[in-house]
Design a protein around this ligand. Structure first.
Ligand code: ATP
Ligand code: MG
Length: 250
């Protein structure tokens, strides 16, 4: 039986007095690859930040591996790659290796210096994303797609069970996109990683993922890609019909 990695129960979130998430309930099982789609401003990034523990919902509860968030060591079990992560780092004076090593600081603590074990983990992680040769290069000298991989490596180095990716393929060319999805497939197979990815690329996402969630403040749909097309979930979430899929229907 597959275990639930993540259970969101009626998550509601406000920025100031503006509600951007309305009672979102969602369960993600171990080994799943879930794609989250929805129009601009529909709350996708906000939802990911809540799952990553960076924002606190006004209402609702969240469980990881069956435990409430407060009681689980989420730092080491959840990896998070933010939207536009690469655009802030063009002039950042760090090497690829240093950036990935920073992903271990949570488990390492601030006072301990990295030892041989940490360096080996960085080597292995860079190799797994196909960047073994670039370890000594400065981040700013890499292409957008390569930088994207560095930040995925930084999230992976602490061996998370759940990886959150916010629009990871924006600005990446078709070839690199294909390689990127191959990398995700390999990571799922080798590490048993559970993946949650936000994307606007609905057609591509539907081909890649095992299940799709359609968000626009509320959760309009959660099901298989096949159901997604037949139920016309896209139109609903993007604004025409208002038929909601109630929790428990899927
Ligand atoms: N820090 C913030 N303070 C106030 N409002 C915010 C903040 N961040 C986002 N919002 C608003 O909350 C809503 C949801 O934003 P969010 O970034 O979650 O959307 P999104 O679905 O990720 O959009 P996109 O597809 O454009 O990335 C938007 O209306 C946005 O303007
Ligand atoms: Mg976003």
């Amino acid at each position: 039986m597959r275990l639930p990695v993540l259970e969101l129960d009626k998550i509601t979130f406000y920025y100031g007095d503006r509600m951007v998430l309305d009672q979102v309930s969602l369960t993600v099982f171990s080994g799943d690859f879930l794609g989250i789609v929805g129009p601009n401003g529909s709350g996708k990034s906000t939802l990911l930040k809540i799952i990553a523990g960076l924002l606190k919902p006004a209402e609702g509860s969240m469980r990881f591996f069956g435990a409430r968030r407060e009681n689980s060591r989420r730092e080491t079990r959840i990896g998070y790659v933010a939207q536009n992560v690469t655009s802030f780092n063009q002039g950042f004076p760090a090497t690829v290796g240093e950036t990935v090593l920073a992903g271990l600081t949570a488990s390492l603590g601030l006072l301990r210096r990295p030892g041989r074990r940490e360096k080996r983990l960085v080597d292995e992680t860079l190799a797994s994303v196909g960047l073994a040769d670039l370890q000594k290069r400065l981040i700013g000298e890499l292409s957008g797609g390569q930088q994207q991989r560095v930040f995925i490596a930084r999230a992976l180095v602490a061996a998370p069970a759940l990886l959150l990716l916010d629009e990871p393929t924006v600005g990446v060319d078709v070839d690199a996109k294909e390689r990127f999805y191959e990398l995700l497939t390999a990571l799922r197979q080798e590490r048993g990683l559970t993946l949650l990815m936000v994307s606007h690329d609905v057609g591509v996402v539907a081909e890649q993922v095992q299940s799709i969630a359609c968000l626009n403040k509320k959760l309009f749909f959660h099901g298989s890609p096949a159901q997604f097309w037949t139920e016309d979930a896209l139109c609903q979430a993007y604004g025409s019909a208002i038929r909601l899929l109630h929790h428990g229907d899927h």
